[in-house]
Every structure is written in C-alpha cells, then in structure tokens.
Design a protein around this ligand. Structure first.
Ligand code: FHN
Length: 459
C-alpha cells in the first residue's frame, strides 16, 4: 500500500498537464537555451588567467570581489546584439522555443528591474533606452518561437540571500529576500506577459528547501498572472524540503528539469511517464561564453548533438541546447556553424523529432533510437551508431505488420529484408556524416494504423 504524506505544498496534480500550451511544449521537442550576462565579457578569463570551469562561475573561481565584478556592467554595451539575427539563427537551428537567462547567480538582471541596482539599466546598452528582453521576445515570437524566462533564485549579489537560515537575523534577511524575488518575478510576468513560461534554477540550498511554501506561492502567482504559464520542477520544494518530486513521489511543476548535461539511461522507460526536458551544454561544462582551448576541445559535433536530440525524444523528452553569446552580443562562429548543420538535419528529418515521442512496445535498439508519431502511426529508426555489420535490426512488435519502410530526408534506395521472428534487417551507411532516418509504418492485426505508440503527443 502506498504511504501518503499529507502535504500543503506538494504536487498540484498527479496526472500530466494536457492543455494546449503543454501539448505545444511537448511537441516542440527542441529548444534553445541562452546564457548571457556580465560573465560573457571576461569569458572565463580574469587578470591574464584562464579558469577552466563554467564561465558564469568566474566570480567564485577567481574569487572576485563583488564590487569589481559589478563594474563589468560599465562594459556591457553589446554593440553586436541583434535580436532578429539571434532569432533567425534559432529558427535555422530548428529550435521551437527559447529559454533566456534573465538573472543568473551573479544577480545581474537582463531587464531594468525596479528592485535591483545591478541591471541592464546601469549599462551603456540600457542607457540607450532599449529593452533587450523585449527585443528578444518580439524577435523570437516573430519567428514563431515561444519564450521562457530563466531565473536564478540563488543570488550572490543580494545582501539578504542566505544559503542556510541559522539565526533570527538570517530569518529576517531571507524573508526580505523572498519578497524581493517574488517582486522581481511579478515584475517579469507583468512586463513580459507574452512568455510561455518560467525556468527556475539555483533552488538547491537549504534556505529554499526550508521554504517550500514560497515555491508553491511563486508557481501559483505566475500562473495567475500568465494563465497556463509553464514552470519547471526545479523551482519546487515541498513541506519537507523534497525537491522536483514531492514526499509522495509526485512531480511538482509542469515538467521535470533534473536532467542537466546528461540524458536518461536509454533503457529507462519510467521517464516516459511524465514530461521532462534535459538541458545540455555544447562544450563540456560551461554555459556562459568561455574562451579556453581546453573547453573548446570538448565542443560537441553536430552529429553528437543530433544523437542527443534523438535520444531525448525517444524517451519522451525535450532538449534545451545551450548557446553562450560573446560579450559583444554575437553568437560565436562555432555555435552558428553547429546551428546550421543541426538545423539542416532537422529540416530534413524533423518529422522524426517534432511531435514525436516514445515508441511504446518497440525494443530500443543499440544502433540508435526509435521515436514514434501517433498522428500517423509511424515509428522512426534514427541510426546514430551504425553497426559494424552495416545492418540495423528492427523488431516489429507482436500484433503489428510492417506496411512500408521509407527513408526520411533522402531519396536513396532502401535495402531492407524481413526476417523471421518479426525482424527487419536494414542496410545502413556506416559512413553517413549525420544520422540516417527511416520511417517504419505498421498496421495492427485489425488493419488500423497503430495509434497507441505515443498517446501523449497530440498536436
Ligand atoms: O549553476 C547553474 C549553471 O550555471 C547553469 O545555469 C545550469 C543550467 O541548468 N544550472 C546551474 C547548475 O545546475
């Protein structure tokens, strides 16, 4: 028998959300994450030394005094920033939404917040009167992409931030801090009501875990201000400090956001029971721009990124691919090139990604990933790891018959042999620079398309 803990601040539902906004998010599958703030200016270097860790952690890695760090605001002119260009590149990448850092751990706000003295308003860019966040939201919206706002609750700049509340003074300070964060979030939701949702980070400290009530209050407030706003699980803590999942094991927020720089085990089918999104760096560890040969050596190739996309979708998740524009406001050439190649693959093979999800009942292959589109009853074989034999085996589930196999994104002929034991042997190109994709249509014993492959993806 399941033990149920009585909770005031736990999950708000035990079923997935299934309204239009949630379904759109679920169908989008590929998003663009952008980490941009003061840290883009030093880009991981300080006083002649390169710090090989996440560039946005430079104030900590290089032990920089807050006042010194904050002087970077005087240099934030972003002469190359062009929201339209960023949005076009995101569209070219094949991203369907953007998640932009409005405030990272250093406290710098990318909007002119009335509640902080460290914002874009204090920069040469802001002094021109331009609203950077509004420009971005408009440009992405014009390209048909949705926008989510990232907000770090952890704040190294604010005097009232506490990692842990130990004294009455801490208590009073942290109450003020939570009021400040609520006011900023209200301000964001009021200034930019057209955004689709909020993405929280920096919520792992004891101070936040001990105030689960606040995380629910914020979720509720944002959804009151922007009906249907999406909120990630990372915001939330319950009455007992359980994060992401409450003390009864139910997910809090609208989608699980615990996969960071990793994806679920490909054999893990439990993740397909809920909505989730993984966020992924394009180099090993840095989210903000980092100029470093060691970091650069870890940059993922377009083929690796397409594999990550296929892997996420095959397990019913979204993937948020991170970009770190430079201090002048340019998307760096390596990331533009990646967007072009991945975007080309998605333009050709996106029918296996967008609106697709877990192929229920199909055996996950070792040579790549299977995704399924329940609108058409099609299962896609995405060959990310072609076998040495040059033959990829697909097992057709009991109760279904193969109707056809076609190639996606290419007119090249197909060599496929149906074997006994419900196996199809597909000849694959071991030298293909990007994953080959095959569309496998099946019919059920009743002659109908197999529509139950992914009942949760409906567009
Ligand atoms: O510390 C941050 C990190 O800089 C980055 O923003 C990522 C994105 O998910 N979140 C934190 C680490 O979990």
């Amino acid at each position: 028998m399941t033990q149920t803990v009585s909770l005031k601040y736990g999950a708000q539902r035990t079923q997935r959300r299934d309204d239009r906004r949630m379904r759109d998010f679920r169908s989008d599958r590929v998003g663009q994450f952008i980490h941009w703030g003061l840290y883009a200016i030093p880009a991981g270097r300080w006083k002649g030394r390169t710090y090989d860790f996440a560039a946005e952690f430079l104030p900590k890695s290089a032990d920089i005094a807050p006042a010194e760090w904050e002087r970077l605001a005087d240099e934030f002119a972003a002469p190359d920033f062009d929201a339209t260009e960023w949005a076009r590149m995101a569209k070219q990448l094949g991203a369907r939404y953007l998640t932009i850092t409005t405030k990272h751990h250093d406290g710098f706000c990318l909007w002119p917040s009335e509640h902080s003295d460290l914002t874009i308003a204090q920069t040469p860019f802001g002094r021109t009167g331009r609203d950077l966040l509004a420009e971005l939201i408009d440009a992405y919206t014009n390209e048909g992409l949705s926008v989510h706002l990232y907000y770090s609750v952890l704040d190294w700049h604010h005097p009232d931030w506490r990692y842990r509340v130990e004294t009455p003074e801490d208590e009073a300070a942290f109450v003020r801090y939570l009021e400040f964060a609520s006011a900023q979030l209200r301000e964001l939701a009021t200034r930019y009501p057209q955004v689709r949702g909020f993405w929280f980070d920096g919520t792992w400290d004891a101070s936040v875990k001990d105030n689960g009530w606040w995380t629910l209050e914020v979720e509720t407030m944002l959804k009151d201000l922007i009906p249907g706003a999406l909120v990630n699980s990372r915001l939330r803590a319950d009455d007992h400090g359980a994060r992401h999942f409450d003390s009864n094991g139910s997910m809090m927020g609208d989608f699980e956001s615990g996969f960071e720089r990793r994806l679920p085990n490909p054999w893990d089918t439990a993740v397909t029971e809920r909505d989730w999104e993984a966020c992924m760096t394009l180099t090993q560890g840095s989210w903000g721009r980092h100029v470093s040969t060691r970091v650069e050596a870890t940059r993922k190739s377009p083929a690796e990124v397409t594999e990550l996309i296929a892997h996420a979708v095959s397990r019913g998740g979204n993937i948020l691919l991170n970009f770190g524009p430079d201090g002048r406001g340019s998307i760096v050439p390596e990331e533009r090139a990646l967007a072009e190649s991945v975007g080309e693959w998605l333009a050709n093979c996106g029918e296996a990604i967008y609106g697709c999800g877990f192929a229920t009942g199909w055996i996950p292959p070792t040579w790549g990933h299977l995704t399924a589109d329940n609108r058409t009853g099609t299962v896609y074989a995405i060959v990310t790891n072609p076998p040495v034999s040059g033959v990829a085996l697909v097992h057709v589930p009991e109760g279904t018959t193969l109707a056809s196999i076609t190639r996606v994104g290419s007119d090249a002929p197909i060599e496929a042999v149906e074997r006994e034991q419900r196996q199809i042997a597909l000849t694959v190109d071991r030298t293909a620079p990007m994953p080959e994709v095959f569309a496998i249509a099946v019919v059920t014993a009743e002659g109908r398309p197999r529509t139950e492959v992914n009942p949760d993806v409906v567009t």
